[in-house]
Design a protein around this ligand. Structure first.
Ligand code: ZN
Length: 111
């Protein structure tokens, strides 16, 4: 079982991580915008620019996935179901949650 202090620590961790991801996402927004056909791209060829856009979009997709996992973790914290393995029902260790606060499986079931 996680102690109340550990739960507070983990909630702080999750909130900070969400904040970080959202900042990263907004600073990355320019790269994801569509490239207008008549825009002068400078040294980069149009193909390079399109590839970079794809990479930026993929990174954004992964960020969105992580955000929804972290938000789910916050909901579980509220409802008191946080930190339990979805497969075996055992407690997920604090050390594991500290590294991966959105983990929904214990290290045994995850491996
Ligand atoms: Zn498990």
């Amino acid at each position: 079982m996680l102690t109340a202090d550990q739960l507070i620590d983990l909630e702080d961790l999750i909130v900070a991580e969400l904040e970080r991801i959202r900042e990263e996402s907004s600073s990355n927004e320019e790269e994801r915008k569509a490239i207008a056909p008549d825009v002068a791209i400078g040294r980069l060829s149009r193909l390079d620019a399109m590839q970079m856009q794809e990479v930026a979009k993929e990174a954004e997709r992964r960020r969105e996935e992580r955000v929804s996992q972290l938000e789910l973790a916050l909901e579980q914290l509220d409802s008191g179901t946080y930190g339990r393995c979805e497969l075996c029902g055992d407690d997920i260790g604090y050390e594991r949650l500290e590294v991966t606060p959105e983990a929904t499986r214990c290290s045994l079931c995850a491996s």
